[in-house]
Design a protein around this ligand. Sequence first.
Ligand SMILES: Nc1ncnc2c1ncn2[C@@H]1O[C@H](COP(=O)(O)OP(=O)(O)OP(=O)(O)O)[C@@H](O)[C@H]1O
Ligand SMILES: [Mg+2]
Length: 226
Amino acid sequence: MLPVKLVDVVKTFTLPAETQEQTVIDGVSLEITASDSVAFMGPSGSGKSTLLNLIAGLEQPSSGQIFLGKDELSGLAARERERLRLQSLSYVFQFFHLLPTLTTLENCALVAIEQGQRGIDEIIDETHTTLKLLGLEGAAHKRPGQLSGGMQARAALARALVSRPKIILADEPTGNLDSKSGEAVLDLLFEQQRERRFTLLLVTHDESAARRAQRTVRLRDGRLLS
Ligand SMILES: Nc1ncnc2c1ncn2[C@@H]1O[C@H](COP(=O)(O)OP(=O)(O)OP(=O)(O)O)[C@@H](O)[C@H]1O
Ligand SMILES: [Mg+2]
């Protein structure tokens, strides 16, 4: 778990074909306590993914500050930021971003190996245990292309869990699933959040998914509502 704090964060983009600057995140201040699960909701284009990318350090704010625990992201050198991201954060994407040429087992073990904190045998053991926990024991040696959408979503979640993150950022992890598979993935996500106690930031369009979180934060045109 890791608290997250945003202080007056602004993000502007200028598209190559345009001269006008577009303000995508418009002065967002927000405190998320370590034990929180937070749902981010808002219309398409309201800045939800951008906000998650800023928190993950994948984008730099145009102004303002973002703290992960005590670390202020823009105060860190790029290498330190990368290290913090690798050791503390996991991202679950809408399209899962599993590497197509690797097996599920390899996909899930890769980040943990890259972290360099644990031996390979231990990581492989933990990966098998996690896959089993998520009902994917039969998928360990299959490639993502051989898995259903729901299985790919669970594999993406398994990959996130194996790296033992302090924060999981999930950007519409069930956006491409039928409602039954989506429910199953959310059940697992929130069950694991309670058990492993990571901070959970979940972007969703689904009110019932958002109700599972302790808090809902609503965005409109890059600003927080209320
Ligand atoms: N790298 C970028 N370069 C330029 N503009 C961008 C970039 N990333 C996002 N934007 C713009 O920022 C705005 C917010 O995008 P963002 O993807 O954060 O919205 P969102 O709330 O996640 O929407 P959705 O629900 O459709 O995923 C959009 O107008 C988008 O075009
Ligand atoms: Mg988005």
